[in-house]
Design a protein around this ligand. Structure first.
Ligand SMILES: [Zn+2]
Length: 265
């Protein structure tokens, strides 16, 4: 049933059409979804991007907690772990370490986007680890990675990674390769769900080098839930209805992904 349904769904725009060959995937690809780590981006001294009325750290915390509540309510057997549940600063490396320590089966990092050049840009994007294909994708990763400059030992923690260097981002692309197929699968479900259930403009599934995904040892995505620099989208993301729709859409994608991998892929 599921495969028939999938075949009639139009493909979302996507940077990488190449999927990891399922035969090449190692045994470590989860076939049960027991533990999910939900990562609200930024926090504390790092507000993330800012709109006219709100800041990213505040919006994404609400979205993360709401998504976690839905999963706990509907799926009591799934363990939900937050990288932060209050407004405090967590280093990027610690976020992925939390997921690895808890042997998470899926890592969901939640963010809001910003366009420095135009307030007209809007829509959602879900990223997986990989090589950026456009300057725009690289810019998003640079902005999200720049926070390490506020960490005290960043040169040791990230082995000299320079968040301003395009080459450094290209080198990051090789990580997470084993989980690329599963990560893209979940990312596609998130973007499709945003279109169907939250009436969002989906800008598709994209790839770039994100430090927060770098060392995770499970399928991982980074969701840009909308642009705070677009006044309409900012109001939507701040509103209770908007937050309910966004968290609900991610939850529906999560439920579908869980069902699919537990049914054997
Ligand atoms: Zn962010």
């Amino acid at each position: 049933m599921l495969s028939a349904w999938v075949s009639v769904v139009p493909q979302l725009p996507q940077d990488t059409v190449r999927r990891a060959d399922s035969e090449a995937e190692p045994e470590s690809i989860p076939n049960k979804l027991r533990t999910v780590v939900i990562d609200a981006g930024h926090g504390g001294k790092d507000p993330g991007c800012v709109g006219r009325r709100t800041r990213e750290s505040r919006v994404v915390l609400k979205l993360a907690l709401q998504l976690g509540r839905k999963i706990k309510r509907e799926m009591p057997n799934v363990r939900v772990i937050y990288t932060r549940s209050t407004d405090h600063f967590v280093e990027l490396a610690e976020r992925s370490a939390i997921a690895n320590r808890n042997r998470a089966d899926l890592f969901i990092s939640i963010h809001c986007n910003a366009s420095p050049s135009s307030s007209r840009v809007y829509g959602t994007e879900t990223y997986t680890m990989g090589l950026h294909k456009t300057q725009g994708n690289l810019d998003v990763a640079k902005r999200e990675n720049n926070v390490i400059l506020q960490e005290s030992n960043y040169q040791q923690t990230y082995k000299g990674f320079n968040p301003n260097s395009p080459l450094a981002h290209i080198m990051l692309a090789n990580y997470q390769h084993a989980f690329m197929g599963s990560s893209i699968n979940f990312a596609e479900k998130v973007e499709r769900s945003f279109r169907r259930h939250a009436d969002r403009k989906s800008n598709g599934v994209k790839q770039a080098g994100f430090l927060v995904l770098w060392r995770t040892t499970m399928p991982s995505v980074l969701i840009e839930t909308g642009y705070l620099t677009n006044p309409t989208e900012e109001l939507y993301l701040m509103s209770e209805d908007g937050q309910e729709q966004i968290a609900g859409a991610i939850f529906k994608a999560f439920a579908q992904y869980k069902e699919e991998i537990e049914a054997g892929g």
